[in-house]
Structures are given as C-alpha cells and as structure tokens.
Write a protein that binds this ligand. Sequence first.
Ligand SMILES: Nc1ncnc2c1ncn2[C@@H]1O[C@H](COP(=O)(O)OP(=O)(O)OP(=O)(O)O)[C@@H](O)[C@H]1O
Ligand SMILES: [Mg+2]
Length: 428
Amino acid sequence: MSERRIVTGLDIGTTKICAIIAEVSEQEILDIIGVGTSPCVGIRKGIVIDIDDTANSISSAVEKAERMSGIKIDSVFAGIAGSHISSLNSHGVVAITGEDKEISAEDVERVIEASQIVAIPPEKKILHVLPRKFTIDGCRDIKQPLGMSGVRLEVDTHIVTGSISSIENLVKSIHKAGIDVKDVVLEPLAAGQAVLSESEKELGVVLIDIGGGTTDIAIFKGGSILHTAVLPIGGDHITSDIAVGLRTPITSAEKIKIKHGSALAANVDQEEVINVLTTSGKETREVSRRVLCEIIEPRADEIFTLVKQEIANSTYDGLIPAGIVITGGASLMKGLPKLASEKLGLPVRRGIPEKVDSLADFIDDNIYMVGEQEANIAEDNTAVFATGVGLVCYGSQQDYQQNLNMQNRSELVNHLLGRVRSWFEDVF
Ligand SMILES: Nc1ncnc2c1ncn2[C@@H]1O[C@H](COP(=O)(O)OP(=O)(O)OP(=O)(O)O)[C@@H](O)[C@H]1O
Ligand SMILES: [Mg+2]
C-alpha cells in the first residue's frame, strides 16, 4: 500500500494561527482530518514581530490539529500577507526550438522563467510567478499551450514579491516550531481558491479578505489573478476605535463589536442601549448602540475607500462584472456587504469556504476571540478559515500538478472543495 499523502495549510494571521491538515487519496480526493487554531501575539499587520511568540502559537495550533487527526505533521504550506507584498505584471518570450515545433513542458517553463527577468529591489524576492495567458505566433489568449505547434511562445505573468526579511522571519518561526515549509503562499491567492467560483474568476471578481490587521485584495479575471495588494488595516482597528471612543478595555471593545456591531449606523435604533465596561474594569455604563455603530461605520468606510483606490490604481476598474467577494473574520460584521456595495458600486457577497454550516461546536473549540465571550456566532463564521482551507487546496493542487501535470485545474479545485464541504458535513 502506498504511503498516506498529507497536506497541511498554516494560516499565520494577525489575530490567530490556524492549521488545517488534509489527507489526499490516490484519486486526488482531499479530506480534512484536523483543524487547530491558537491566538497569536507575535504578528502585527501580517508581519512577524516576535519569532518566539509566533513559534509558540504555531506549535499550539499544529498540536491541536495533530491531536484531532492523530497524525504528526512535518511540513506545511504557509500563508503570507503584510504590506511588504507587492505585485507586477510581466511578459516573457522564447523561441520554440524542438524539431517538431511542438510546445513542451520545458518550453512553458522556459517562457515563464523569461518573464521573471524584471528589476526587483534587492530587499525583495519573488514569491509567485503566475502565468495568466499565453500567445503562440501572435495568436493570443491561449490558456494551455502544451502540445500546440508554434515557433514563438509568449506569456503574460503576474509576479508577486515580498520582503526577504519578512519571508525569512516567517519561515524561521515555523522552523522554530520544528516544522518544515513546503512553500510560502500569498494569502489572498489561497483564500481565492477556497471561496471563489470558477465563473467569478473567469468573469472578473475582487476578493477582499478583511482580517484582524490586514485587508488583502486580489483581482481575478479570465480565470487568473491580475492584481494583488495588502492594506495594513483590518478589524482590529475597528476594535481599537471602539476602545477609545467608548473608553473601555480592548477585550471588552472586541466583545461589544462582535455582539452588537453594525457597519450601517443609520439602520440601528437610537433607543437601543448596551452595557459598556468602564476602563477601570469594575463598572458598566449604558451607551446607545447607535453610538457604537457610528464609531464602526467610518472605519469600515475607510477600509472600502482604500480598496476603491486600489481597484482604481489596478486599471481593472469597470472590468469586474462578478463584483466583490468579502471574506476573513472582519467581513462578518453586520451590514458590511451593504456598505461595501454602496461604497464600491458593485454587487457584494460574503465568501465562505463553501457551505459549511452547523459549525458551532467546531468554532467553540477553535475560534479565537479575545477573552471568554458569548460571541454573536453566525452560521457563516467559517470565513475565518477561508485562508487555511485555501492553503490546503493550493498545496494539494501543487503536489498534484507536480505529479501529473494536470490540465484542468478548475476541475480539481471544485473536486477538492466538494470534499472539504462533505468533510464538514460528515463531522457535524
Ligand atoms: N462576528 C464578527 N463580527 C465582526 N468582526 C469579527 C467577527 N468575528 C471575528 N471578527 C474580527 O475579525 C478579525 C480577525 O479575522 P481573521 O481571523 O480573518 O484575521 P487574521 O487572519 O488573524 O488576520 P490577518 O489576516 O489580518 O493577518 C478580528 O478583528 C475580529 O475582531
Ligand atoms: Mg487572515
């Protein structure tokens, strides 16, 4: 019998670290067998600021997932974000030299390599070179050139770069936890695998992952990624605004945000009152819920203003008929899709890693929230797992492509997600 093939995704977020272990069958079917999360204090705005703290949190998340699955893992696909990430579109050209002029896997590799010859600052390194479309002898928009005939092969690629030190610190933290890193993957790229449909990616869609410290943006069109950006703002900024505005400790601000928050203040009844802990931590006072939401709304609005600017800068403005998909923990805020839609003038939906409802028990065990609280647990809270699930999909797809050079990627992703969904359904 062949060895079990295991893929692990490790989402190192600003607020929590999440490890997801999956088993890949001989038929390339993916089964999630363990999930573990742990609060994280060693990360700020997506970047490691304390290796020891981060390593401890990684160990604890991974141990939980290992206990659940009964498997000891030795390597992971790790997610990376942070404002050090930048991206550019590039182009490569090669001549097809084989006698039969048939494009081989080697030619495809060569042309993708040729597109990487771009000026990259010395403190940065390439994380991904993502082929978007190929051109053969002037014939454009070819998705899969393998086996086709031609003399001149061109490729348009999307190149993602990150700061060498940030990448190294992330890898060091994982090594310190005794785990190898198979690959470092841009988080919105992974999240896109988990929450976007193939037709959205084909038509044109913007994925916005609003986490604790960062808001990651990825624009997809024609089935591939065109633009990526990471903004250093997220749900934790809303929490600190509440703490300052209502003069309450951060832990209490976080609880209030999750339980009573809404991004649409005008829809909240002015008479409705909530109890807010004073900074002494001993007394509470009554505050109108509308006041709370009037603190939340401008910050949420600011996030979407920055997103709007980023979309405009990307030159893909007006080319995204499938609209916006929001995911990540902070996307769970009430009223956020409507606010985003008004602000961006596009349809907005919440993206979750497929339909994974009845997750309450699972969330109780795993989800990180500041302090012990009775959270406003929505059915779609699984948005916090979008990146983790996406990393597993990305990892198994990468393994699969390496092994079989599979032609139809979309089929595989759908296939994998089908399994992810059924796993959650089976367990709960
Ligand atoms: N129900 C909810 N309503 C509003 N905000 C929520 C809810 N649940 C979680 N959040 C917020 O989501 C944020 C955490 O999201 P997530 O787990 O996606 O972040 P992360 O991956 O750790 O961080 P990042 O991606 O920025 O590095 C926190 O600010 C948290 O307060
Ligand atoms: Mg995240």
